[in-house]
Design a protein around this ligand. Structure first.
Ligand code: BGC
Length: 332
């Protein structure tokens, strides 16, 4: 079986990380992002084979904030909940310089700026998929608890930052077109379009941020076209043919597999990622499956990858694939 990068011995790695940090995490938690403070564990940026309950985010407490040398204030499992009294809590304040430069996709600093939280604020949707969130001292509070870092980090919006993840699948077939059954499970093998993210080097679903005023269905289609088919660089005629097939697939009834908070390493106490993940399946294999994949925009590489529980993917993307595989009665 082809896999991207088998999740070898991650439990042992997590145990090692936990003991290095002296943290009271338990086995079954997922990996940390990036290197730790000691620079010793670089392989723990991975997802885990076990999906973490969103009630105990782990990636959002990674010791070193992505793309920076900023260390989070360490938060143990029992202190994550805002309702747990913790007067000593002293989160580090960090907003990335790229965000402070006020690009179009980012909010200004709170003060002169007071957005309409928990509502559709002009064209920016500041509602959470998980219901109303609290505001403290004018700033939104992460509904899944403390992260050890306040400010926005790499995220542009105060509060929820909305993304959408298109999971495009087909059946794996042999050279005669017959479905390939997995040797262990005897179930047909699904393949999905995966990209290697340029920001962290992890394999992921080709998702992206929902633009202001954009419908999620539009984001799903746009992100897939930009990242997996490099539509931004295509000639007008190529783009037309590609768009036709994609529109057909994305107009078909997609299977929504997730909607809500994401345990993302970029999350902070005041800004967090949420996503809607939808599966679009090319059952016959002669629609989008035939289009040549080409990495574009935020993607370094793109490939059809066999869906398997040993994959090592960004954020909670492995959990989305598990749902897809089980729903479609495919090998997992
Ligand atoms: C990615 C999505 C991901 C989301 C939450 C976005 O930046 O493009 O694929 O699900 O972040 O982690």
């Amino acid at each position: 079986m082809k896999t991207i990068s088998p999740n070898i011995n991650w439990v042992a790695s997590v145990h090692l990380a936990l003991s290095l940090f002296g943290l009271p995490y338990v086995a079954g938690t997922s990996g940390f992002c990036r290197k730790n403070a000691l620079g010793r564990i670089s392989s723990l940026c991975s997802s885990a084979s076990v999906y973490m309950s969103p009630a105990a985010p782990v990636k959002a407490r990674c010791p070193v904030y992505p793309g920076s040398d900023t260390h989070r204030f360490l938060v143990s499992d029992d202190k994550v909940d805002w309702d747990t009294d913790w007067p000593q809590y002293s989160p580090v304040n960090y907003t990335a310089p790229t965000v402070l430069k006020k690009p179009v996709w980012a909010d200004p600093e709170i003060g002169a700026f007071s957005p309409q939280f928990n509502s559709l604020d002009g064209s920016v949707d500041r509602r959470s998929h998980e219901g109303p969130y609290h505001i403290q001292n004018g700033k939104p509070l992460n509904p899944h608890g403390r992260t050890g870092l306040e400010g926005r980090g790499l995220l542009g919006r105060w509060g929820p930052n909305h993304a959408a993840d298109p999971i495009v699948t087909r059946w794996k077939r042999d050279s005669t077109g017959q479905l390939v059954l997995h040797t262990n499970s005897q179930l047909p093998v699904l393949q999905f379009v995966s990209i290697k993210r340029l920001d962290c080097g992890e394999w992921a679903i080709p998702g992206g941020m929902v633009d202001p005023g954009e419908r999620i269905s539009q984001t799903l289609q746009r992100e897939f076209s930009e990242e997996a088919l490099n539509s931004l660089q295509a000639s007008p005629s190529e783009r037309e043919e590609t768009q036709k097939r994609i529109t057909e697939l994305f107009d078909s009834a997609g299977l929504q597999v997730y909607k809500g908070y994401v345990d993302d390493p970029r999350n902070t106490d005041n800004a967090w990622m949420e996503t809607v993940a939808v599966n679009f399946h090319d059952e016959s294999g002669n629609s989008v499956s035939e289009l040549p994949l080409q990495a574009g925009d935020d993607a370094g590489q793109v490939s059809w990858i066999d869906v398997d529980s040993s994959l090592d993917l960004y954020a909670n993307h492995l959990h989305f694939l598990e749902t897809v595989a089980k729903e479609r009665n495919a090998h997992w």
